[in-house]
Write a protein that binds this ligand. Sequence first.
Ligand code: SF4
Ligand code: SF4
Length: 361
Amino acid sequence: MEYRQLTESGIKVSCVSFGGMRLPEITEEQAYKVINKALDLGINYFETAYHYGDSEVKIGKSLGKRRKDIILSTKSAYNDPITGDELKRNVEQQLKRLQTDYLDFYQMWGTDGMDVFVKMIGPGYKYEAVKDLMRQGIIKHVGITSHGKPKDVEIMIESGLFESVTIYYNAMKQEYTSVAALAQKLKMGVVAMGPLNGGFLGEETKEMSFLKRGKAKTNAEGALRFIIGNKNITTAIVGFKTEQEVIDGVFAGDFYEDIADTNDMAVITETFKGMASKMPKSICSGCNYCNPCKEGIDIPGVFKLMNNAKVYGTIDFAKTKYKKAGQKGALCSKCGLCMEKCPQKLNIIADMAEAHELLKS
Ligand code: SF4
Ligand code: SF4
């Protein structure tokens, strides 16, 4: 496993790290095993969030004495802008859940536009509260995470207020490449979220098998290898759910040498460019922020079926899956609640209608 510099002060983290977003999908016992497997295999950056269900609780229960061996990062609530007082109350809760008395990193989550950013750093709001908690030694470092426009994110990180930036970056979604390069120039850590593009790149489809280059045995490993091949990325967060996934992820963590001297990254980038005309302009990342839908529709699940069908022509496969899942797109009552939570700003109501038309049988 390669370790890369996260902060100018010298903190180094594994180039593949542990994302806690999927821990709510497994039991406490499974979480304990997965987390400890990751620790055993050298993963030392763990990230979670206030809104990841019981993820913080499971991490807290699993770490025990090993807490001191890792860089633990969690995020603020995303109902921005929240006040400084609200943030402090949340942090108190988060420390209890995580069974710790300090946080290595606290991420300003949901900073998706300049209006939110300006308010967030203003008097009485989140940033001021975080600085206060830093003076008390409760928070050690502050980072920012954003799905905003790359140009806006560049302005945010040039403010000099943060030590790391977390961006959505993978072989298919390279919009934040310039942000990663600028962050490195500013000596900031760069954390890549969404390495498999919401699981899309992790499927063993033959159409994505061009990712399997060098030592990569699976499409997922190929996708991780691509991210690690970008020296401007400090670490790629993977939402592990099984010990085997951890083993595979760590294997991918050794790939930098394998990709450093090849033109594989250029080949992958060019291949995706060629496919781009078939891609929906804005694609669901599978982040799951929109769930639960009040009608019980698995929104990212339906969109994944639709997008795969459009790009690869796997329409029969998609229809079968959609039917098995109850063809629930038809139940959308157009309440719009999901759209308020979507960081990709998708028109979920229209997309759901389109998906149902395409996939119903
Ligand atoms: S708009 Fe449709 S898909 Fe979105 S939450 Fe409401 S019912 Fe569910
Ligand atoms: S529709 Fe939006 S919020 Fe829901 S999973 Fe996709 S990207 Fe995330």
